[in-house]
Design a protein around this ligand. Sequence first.
Ligand SMILES: [Zn+2]
Ligand SMILES: [Zn+2]
Length: 346
Amino acid sequence: MQVDAYAITAEGQGLEPFTIERREPGPEEVLVELMYCGICHTDLVVANNESKQAQYPVVPGHEMVGRVAQVGEGVTKVAEGDLVGIGCIADSCRTCDPCHAGEEHYCNSGFVMTFNSTNLAGEKTWGGYSSHYTIHEHYVVKIPEGLDPAGAAPLLCGGITVYTPLKRFEAGPGKRVGVAGLGGLGHLAIKMAKAMGAHTTMITGSPNKIPDAERLGADDVVLTSDPDQVAAHAGSFDLIINTISGEHDVNAYLPYLSRKGVLCYVGAPQVPLPLVMGLLIFGDKVMAGSLIGGIPSTEEMLEFCAKHNITADIEMVDIQDVNAAWDRIEKNDVKYRFVIDLGSLS
Ligand SMILES: [Zn+2]
Ligand SMILES: [Zn+2]
């Protein structure tokens, strides 16, 4: 079936109305009528070809929430009318060890992204800046009762991206967690780390971020421009989640870690960053990276968010205003995630 979407058709172009083909749901597949799609920075990086991966035309979007409109033969996970989410993962082999372990994003056959990717049948994937999505039932997750569907959309990529390392490195009572960068990822990291029971600190160079960090639940803030505050927090964090995707000094963050502390990256600067190894060696410190999370973890994260009433702070936009929203993201001018109201497509 032909459905409405927005696409970038060539490098250097803006997003414009575009028509795509979605297949009728086959066996074990569902057709989701999309309501909302979050705008993640990765949409811009890929679709603007900053990462040299764009396969034009590109329909971006990988933070989708909608209702199941139609189910194919043999679908058991969801029913027509269910509120569901679709994140980064559109497909994987479902037979290899990582897939069996619920880490579909590390599928040995390569996981299929929900946009700008090629599925296992060799078809191009079109993302969530569109009215519908057809997908195998394994990759849809139910949105728990009580979560605002628009605010839940950014949880499907942004939320799981920070939830995974917070769980992996055991954020919780008695632990001290620092969050660097207050954007789409950082604001969710603060909310989640706090809800897990960790002492949560915002690490920032901008005094104007202090009130928001505290409103979001941070116990305190380290202002990196204040040498006294920097000295006072040296050696104090068990874990720092670094969400900064721009060029920055990695070495400035390592002294904040306690012995054996972990500096985990979830933002990916597009340029190599120099690292002073002595800062790792003295103190047995660890640098780590973390990529989204699998489907079972995404379901667990959504339950956690429902229990603690966590959604993203969003600014809703119509699809017709999406280019302006992208411009504002480039200027870091959003608190903290744009979500497209896909009702505006029709
Ligand atoms: Zn994303
Ligand atoms: Zn696999």
